[in-house]
Design a protein around this ligand. Structure first.
Ligand code: ADP
Length: 189
């Protein structure tokens, strides 16, 4: 089973991804986490990506393709599939993912949209900034991340809904309720 989790910044993708992956033995592929780790380790890739992440913009598709390919080849034999979190983030990246999955002869089972209203996102991210201290959680950068989400990522909702893969889940419910709702969708796959 290969899943994609889509949702605006602060929708709770990371939290849900963790429990979905444990329950269904999937490998969590978070491009945001991988990039932050590269920045932390001060690798060449991390150095290239840092400024872009700090502006809330998207890093180049070349960088994303490189990290995804590497991550998939390292992990593909150890899990029942992948949960893609934070990728794809644009239609070009969705095409990239289709090509990659075709190469390894697997398909996308479901795309879960975690739907959360903008006003709630702002409150959640302010709280996360206090708790985790992520550099890109400031109000100004968040605006740009939301903007990128609306212009580049939101079109994926139609893209995957046309492919009959999309399941919309209300991300404003309690964590456990969101989790149960996702589980019941995935148990039926
Ligand atoms: P969010 O909480 O906004 O969903 P992420 O942790 O997924 O944040 O990503 C943080 C930052 O990493 C993004 O704002 C972007 O700069 C970069 N990034 C993550 N995934 C991608 C991607 N698929 N393509 C381009 N840039 C990405």
């Amino acid at each position: 089973m290969n899943l994609i989790l889509i949702g605006p910044p602060g929708a709770g993708k990371g939290t849900q991804a963790k429990s979905i992956c444990e329950k269904f033995n999937l490998c969590h592929l978070s491009t945001g986490d991988i990039l932050r780790n590269e920045v932390l380790k001060q690798t060449d890739l991390g150095k290239q990506a840092k400024d872009i992440i700090d502006k809330g913009e998207l890093v180049s598709n070349e960088i994303i393709l490189e990290i995804i390919k590497k991550f998939i080849s390292i992990n593909m034999n150890n899990y029942k599939g992948f949960l893609f979190d934070g990728f794809p983030r644009s239609e070009d990246q969705a095409d990239m993912l289709n090509n990659l999955l075709e190469e390894i002869k697997v398909g996308i089972s479901k795309v879960i949209l975690l739907d959360v209203d903008q006003s709630i996102l702002l409150q959640r991210i302010n709280k996360r900034k206090e708790e985790e201290g992520r550099d890109d959680d400031s109000e100004e950068i968040l605006k740009s991340r939301l903007d990128v989400y609306l212009t580049q990522t939101q079109p994926l909702i139609d893209y995957y809904s046309n492919l009959k893969l999309l399941e919309k889940v209300d991300g404003t419910m309690e964590i456990i309720q969101v989790n149960q709702r996702i589980n019941s969708i995935l148990e039926a796959v």
